[in-house]
Design a protein around this ligand. Structure first.
Ligand SMILES: Cc1cc2nc3c(=O)[nH]c(=O)nc-3n(C[C@H](O)[C@H](O)[C@H](O)COP(=O)(O)O)c2cc1C
Length: 157
């Protein structure tokens, strides 16, 4: 299996509704393809983790690179793995604190400051490591889902 983690910058005008539509599209396709992952948005940037069969992930990533809804795509992690972080999440969309609240901060810092999990706020993690931290609180997020808080796009700020 292959895991990719990247960040990118949203095209101006990309709004909450567009994010919900994107998560729906991605989730629908990924379910069919056997891909799982997480898509984070702070309203200005994305961070995504894609995992699944190597060739399938690579071909979806090639499509994603060409998508006009974002630019400045930076691949942070590309690794072989036997252990999927986001099993059963065909593409969970998480909306985080808007970047404007923390002017000048990158998505890494914005994402660190959310209401479910804070201990790593001061750990100085690399940007890609954030995804692994979300994987650790997946059970917590799923529990929130059982309580009815988890919709297609789930706000974590
Ligand atoms: C940030 C971002 C993340 C995306 N993630 C996925 C994804 O996980 N799976 C997917 O199939 N398409 C994803 N897409 C959409 C693809 O770029 C592309 O539009 C889509 O795969 C086209 O397939 P379709 O026309 O058959 O729906 C993403 C696009 C963006 C901008």
């Amino acid at each position: 299996m292959l895991r990719l983690i990247y960040t990118s910058v949203q095209t101006p005008g990309f709004d909450r509704q567009a994010f919900e539509q994107l998560c729906e599209q991605a989730s629908r396709n990924n379910q069919r393809l056997g891909i799982t992952g997480l898509l984070l948005s702070n309203g200005m940037e994305f961070m995504q983790c894609l995992e699944g069969p190597k060739d399938t992930v690579a071909s979806v990533y090639r499509k994603i690179l060409l998508d006009s809804r974002h630019s400045d795509i930076r691949l942070l992690v590309s690794e072989d793995t036997d252990c999927l972080l986001f099993t059963a999440w065909s593409m969970m969309g998480l909306g985080t604190k808007p970047q404007s609240v923390l002017s000048g901060e990158s998505i890494a810092y914005t994402l660190l400051d959310h209401r479910l999990y804070r201990p790593w706020k001061s750990l100085g993690l690399g940007a890609g490591d954030l995804i692994y931290e979300y994987a650790k609180v997946k059970a917590e997020l799923e529990k929130a889902g059982e309580m009815g808080l988890l919709s297609k796009v789930f706000d974590v700020f």
